[in-house]
Write a protein that binds this ligand. Sequence first.
Ligand code: HAS
Ligand code: HEM
Length: 555
Amino acid sequence: ISRWLRNVILTELFIPITLLIVGIYHGLMQTVYRAGLIHQSSFAGLDYYQGLTLHGVINALVLTTFFAVAFGHATVAYFLKVEPRKQPTKISMWLMIAGTAMASWAMFAGKADVLYTFYPPLKAHPLFYLGLAVMIVGSWIPLFDWIGLLKSWRASHVGEKVPLAVWGTVINFIIWFTCTLSVAYEVLFMLLPWSLGWKATVNVALARTLFWFFGHALVYFWLLPAYVMYYSFLPKLAGGKLYSDLVGRITFAIFLIFSIPVGVHHQFSDPSIEPNTKLTQSLLTFGVALPSFLTAFTMFATLEYAGRKNGGKGLFGWIGRLPFFDSSRYLFSYFICGLILFIFGGFTGIVNASYELNAVVHNTAFLPGHFHMTVAGPVILAMLGMSVHLVSQLKGKKIFAPALNTIVPYLWMIGVFIFSAGLMWGGLQGEPRRTNLGLSYLNPKSDLFHPQWVPDTLLTLCGGFIMFLAAVFFFIVFFGTFFRKQTQQADQLEFPVSEALHDEKIIPLFNDLRPWVILMILIILIAYIPAILDVFRFAGPGAPPHLPGSPVPGL
Ligand code: HAS
Ligand code: HEM
């Protein structure tokens, strides 16, 4: 791999993982506020909502986007054996860095306490919106380059299947490009002019709908790099083969058609959208769960095959033969912990998606319980594990503290289970999310004090602390590896690529993205035209004035 591409990938990993230190610190602080350990609206000079914004934006928007681009470059270069073009790749990197710098300035200066969903009437400094838009545009550029590379690859490899990892990566960025069009519109034509004072108000219902057109597909943009690793690398690491190559292709294709037209399931409680539209998107949400069920089946079959090949006997004996604590195959530990967490992350997602059940959990602590078992489960674990792998390969460094590295994912997984159990227990008792409980419900001096929420918030705190500890160990491994002496050849790029047990014959439909893209556009139109018409029909009076000092807009 060339030096310049290596440097791009390393920069795109180093910057967000350094920022993650801030993101993780604010995660821990959230559990501290929630448990009522402190009864104040800010700590160490940072406001509660400023901290929550930094946590959500850094962890869920910045880290994930930088990683997906860096890993995408590595995957395409490795599997297609051609590198992306230098100029666009560097422009993309600099745009992402510049955008992150702008948005970070606004957040650290306390001028963007709008959370990672930046719903109006919360209003941020224009640089926050501009920064996000610039970062997104930066992340679009590689897709067009990769599509060009894929086209030439296909022309010179007639009759061959597109490598599964590239199929998944390109699909992921098509989803990303399509869904970010709506948020780019929201930011550039609604929020930015409003924040600059050029527009008096915005259509809140439209802004929320445009955000969620993007927002749910966003979660699959986070997930798909992990799925690429599960399908392409996990079987080999486990000592076996991928159960079926075709299922992998079908999985990614279904994500392409169903990831976007489901965003309204975040708006079941919005009065501006009619129930029929909500029910349609609730049903479509079950469609987007399908590829994860397929993945669960395939991964179980793959792991069973590997376990048996490793000498495992009996109904469950194969489980014990998987390389859970093999420090030379530490990626297996990161992947398996993510998969185990995702069983629960997935099932809670299905609870959320069920139109009527959603009324019980919406805006409660159940939600962060759900999504820390998804984005802070399979997603972050795959990203962290792969970042260590890439740094070690590209810089020619041995892993620092390999035993610690193997333990990190298990510690993180235990932490997430305890943390999410606390949040979901609280959520089912009506405990709200995004609320500084230490000021009110968890403050014995307040009239609102809810003593029944003490045990679950303490459980959340314990889990959060274990996650924090695991993250500290991860930073030791990552930066230890990054800065230690080089002992191996640098600029290497090797992946543990798996063979397929059932390597089905080439099926043209699963080797060509065009029909899937057309189907995607059709389903989006069917699902979203009614939603967009609704938000114009029931637009309401527009965003009330934003008064940062008052929690109630307009008062
Ligand atoms: Fe979600 C809210 C529904 C998946 C993230 N979700 C959120 C939010 C986030 C998020 C961040 O319908 C909050 C947004 C906010 O701030 O308001 N979600 C779903 C559904 C799925 C789902 C149906 N979510 C995800 C993923 C995320 C994520 C993935 C991040 C990466 N979610 C919702 C809904 C809401 C929501 C509603 C809105 C709620 C509201 O009221 O606001 C599905 O895609 C899940 C399907 C998954 C499965 C699991 C398959 C299991 C596998 C593991 C197999 C394990 C093995 C291990 C093989 C069906 C693949 C074997 C082990 C051995 C040892 C052998
Ligand atoms: C929100 C803790 C790591 C993504 C939260 C909340 C808590 C928390 C308690 C809920 C705040 C509330 O609604 O009241 C932690 C801890 C972590 C951690 C203790 C690890 C030490 C992560 C990671 C990610 C993540 C790794 C993603 C990669 C999010 C997101 C939110 C959130 C997107 C929603 C923010 C919002 O509502 O605006 N976190 N978290 N967290 N967390 Fe984490």
